[in-house]
Structure formats: structure tokens, C-alpha cells
Design a protein around this ligand. Structure first.
Ligand code: PLP
Length: 419
């Protein structure tokens, strides 16, 4: 699907050290197609004005463009009501909003809040801290040796009837896809409210609320689906959002302010205090259009091909340890690797010398990395605009790296990452 698509992304023409730029850090942020950049530029050049405020032409145009994106998002994730779509500044803020507003109002001392060991810090720490504030029990669903959710651990935590289950759709470290629909059905039966971190999931497949089962909240970021940074989405069930107190106070979220008390605006504005990232939301709208034009099922099928291909190739390199499952089933093209005796940062620097951009570190997942006794990995994360040739470059560079580092005297610092 690739050559034509790559032309939509001007940045992919760059050279790094005179070599073609191979961008494999899509799990941190994706690149943006020209259409997204143009849509934002057009707003600033032609109709820049604040939204929801003015009666004049430009403010109306800006408000219409901004609000039309709400409808696009609702259709994108297949929900009926635009009132359930809240603009935030990212997945992190979306989850913090739920933990602070819903969590503060509903969790009581002794209640159980459950997360999994594969969560990104953004879907771990807000719940951990809520549990601390409320004297609630914080339970972590453990993983199998290949880093999928452990069925015994799911049963254990299910029996505790958690008030809240916060879980990611897809791990940003291992690429594991969780069976949200069946989990949501089971946890709903014991009365849990289910919060889904879809920051990665939304980038790699067709995520619609009807197919996720009885979930209550869904959070994702614009910048991982080719939109700009600084914008995120929170979807929540209207009945829950209606009862939740505001998260922040200020302009736009208010209908009346008295000396002693105030009245809140209706949904979704109740949760959107202050001037939003207007250009960012308009850019996200263009990114959604772009995704719809390519087709999310097509993207998923193509990425599955990359996943199978890389897994097959990595298998043949003896020194490379791959975190997580080795089969392509229910797995996205995100590969965290470690090489014995080579520090993850050295490996990432070596790859960068070949023009290949990967991420080295803990990937905002300390609880997972600690459980693995693995302080850092090198993570290559592919998107639909990456090619099989780029996969070959990555795999060959991994092979080369072993020879390269073998020549170096071992220092205590590169004494190795054990998986
Ligand atoms: C990137 C990511 C987040 C955080 O997203 P922000 O855009 O930084 O708020 C949360 N969860 C997962 C799984 C992620 O990959």
C-alpha cells in the first residue's frame, strides 16, 4: 500500500547521516501527512478566531470547523452522541480527568481499583494515586511469561469485584492486544466501571465502541494517529458524564457565575474549560479523514504483514531477545528487543547511525520493566507508512550491531540487559 502513501508525508524524504530516514518510533508519536499540516495552516492564515465566543464571521467559521471534528470523532468510534466526545490535551489528561472526576466522586475506602502490569504510566499512576487518596485497594493484574494478561490473575482480580478496571487496548512496549470485549463483559458482571486506554489501539486497528463491549470510558491522543500533538479525546457514557463534577473551572464550562456558586455548561463543554487547541482539533479532523480514506481495516491487514515478517526475521537472530509474544496473533508491529551485553541506549545510537530512529528506555512502563528485571529495551514501532524494506534495514542493523559491539571491550555500563 506504500509508495503513494509515503508521498503524503513530506518528512519521510529526509536523510539522516546521508542515509534514508527510517522512522520506527511511531508508538511515541506518528508523523503527519501534508493534509493535516495544511488544515492547521489554513485555520491560522484564513479564519483564526476563538471558538464559542463571537457572533462575527470568523469566530463562526472557527467554531463550525472545530465542532465538526466532534462529529467526525463520534463517527470514527461509532457513538451516537457528540455530547460524549470531550476534547482534552491527550490520553494522559483524559485518564486524569476520569480518575479525578469520576474516581473522586465514586471510589470509597476499601474499594478495589484494578489495572494491569502492562499499563503505560498514564493509565497506572492516576489510579494508584486515587487509591492512595481514598484508602482504596490497588490491584495489578499480572502477566504470563510472554507478557500477555495471565488468566489466573484475571480470575483473582475479578473475584475482588473492582469498582474500576483501567486497562490498555494495546501495550506500547510489547504490542500485545488485550481481549477488551470479553474482559469488559466479565468485569461488568461484577459491577466494574471500565476505562480503556486506547492510545496505541486506535493507531493499529478499527476501534469502535460497539466492538469493545460494555466499556465506559475510552481515551486516546491525536498525535499517535497522524494528528498534531496537544489534543486528545475522552469518550464517556453520557449517563456517567452527566453525574460527574467538572475537572477544571474557567471559561466555556460555565453558564452562570454568582458570587457564591456557579452553574456548569452542558456536555461536553462542562469538561472543556478555557480556550482549546483549536488548530490542533482541526488538524485532528484532517487526520481522521486521512485514516478513513486509507481504511482502517486495510491498515490493520498491512501492519499484520509487517508484524509477521519482522517476527519471522528476528527469530533467526540468536542474540536478540524479544519481549512478549513471538506469534503475530493479537499483536501489533511494536518490537521491544534487548541484546545480551549491549546497553539499549548504545543499540539505539548504533541504529541511528544507520538512519533508523527507535526508542530506547523504559517506555513509560516501569511496573512492566521491573517485573521483567529489564531496565531498558530498544523499541521499534512500525506504522502503515513503513515498508518491508525498512523492516529489513532494521533487522540487518540488529545483526550488524552484534558484530559491532562484540569488537568493543566490555565496560560495566554496557554489561547488558537481561530479559
Ligand atoms: C502514548 C501513550 C499514552 C500517553 O499518551 P499522551 O499522548 O502522552 O498523553 C498512554 N498510553 C499508551 C498505551 C500510550 O502508548
Amino acid at each position: 500500500m506504500n509508495e503513494l502513501i509515503r508521498r503524503d508525508f513530506p518528512i519521510l524524504d529526509r536523510k539522516i547521516e546521508n542515509k534514508p530516514f527510517v522512522y520506527l518510533d511511531n508508538a511515541a508519536t506518528s508523523q503527519r501527512p501534508k493534509k493535516v499540516i495544511d488544515a492547521m495552516m489554513k485555520y491560522y492564515v484564513h479564519y483564526n478566531a476563538n471558538v464559542h465566543r463571537g457572533v462575527y464571521h470568523l469566530s463562526q467559521e472557527a467554531t463550525d470547523a472545530f465542532e465538526s471534528v466532534r462529529g467526525k470523532i463520534a463517527r470514527f468510534i461509532a457513538v451516537a452522541s457528540e455530547r460524549e466526545i470531550i476534547f482534552t490535551k491527550g490520553t494522559t489528561e483524559s485518564i486524569n480527568l476520569v480518575a479525578a472526576s469520576y474516581g473522586e466522586a465514586n471510589v470509597k475506602e476499601g474499594d478495589v481499583i484494578a489495572v494491569t502490569r502492562m499499563e503505560h504510566h498514564a493509565n497506572f499512576v492516576p489510579w494508584q494515586q486515587l487509591a492512595k487518596r481514598k484508602k482504596a485497594r490497588f490491584e495489578i493484574i499480572g502477566l504470563t511469561p510472554d507478557l500477555r494478561l495471565d488468566p489466573k490473575e484475571i480470575d483473582r482480580v475479578l473475584a475482588l469485584k473492582p469498582k474500576i478496571l483501567a486497562i490498555s487496548l494495546l501495550s506500547n512496549v510489547t504490542g500485545v492486544v488485550n481481549p477488551i470485549a470479553s474482559l469488559a463483559t466479565r468485569f461488568k458482571m461484577v459491577g466494574s466501571t471500565i476505562v480503556v486506554d486506547a492510545a496505541q489501539g486506535i493507531a493499529h486497528g478499527e476501534v469502535t465502541i460497539d466492538r469493545l463491549g460494555p466499556v465506559d470510558f475510552l481515551a486516546f491522543s491525536s498525535h499517535k494517529i497522524c494528528g498534531p500533538t496537544g489534543v486528545g479525546i475522552l469518550w464517556g457514557r453520557e449517563a456517567l458524564l452527566e453525574k460527574m463534577p467538572p475537572y477544571q473551572f474557567g471559561g466555556n464550562m460555565i453558564t452562570h457565575v454568582g458570587d457564591l456558586d456557579s452553574e456548569w455548561n452542558e456536555l461536553p463543554h462542562k469538561f472543556e474549560a478555557g480556550t482549546p487547541d483549536i488548530a490542533g482539533v482541526i488538524g485532528l479532523g484532517a487526520a481522521i479523514d486521512y485514516f478513513e480514506t486509507l481504511g482502517r481495516v486495510r491498515i490493520e491487514e498491512y501492519e499484520h504483514k509487517i508484524t509477521s515478517y519482522v517476527l519471522q526475521k528476528i527469530k533467526d537472530i540468536a542474540c536478540v531477545k524479544l519481549l512478549g509474544p513471538r506469534e503475530a496473533l493479537h499483536r501489533a508491529p511494536i518490537f521491544s528487543v534487548a541484546i545480551d551485553g549491549v546497553h539499549a541506549h548504545d543499540l539505539a545510537t548504533f541504529l541511528d547511525m544507520q538512519g533508523i530512529s527507535v526508542r530506547a528506555g523504559h517506555h513509560c512502563a516501569h511496573p512492566l520493566m521491573f517485573a521483567m528485571k529489564c531496565p531498558a529495551t530498544c523499541r521499534a514501532s512500525f506504522s502503515f507508512y513503513n515498508t518491508l524494506e525498512e523492516a529489513d534495514l532494521f533487522v540487518n542493523a540488529l545483526k550488524e550491531s552484534q558484530k559491532f559491539f562484540a569488537k568493543k571491550p566490555k565496560s560495566p555500563e554496557n554489561g547488558g540487559v537481561k530479559v
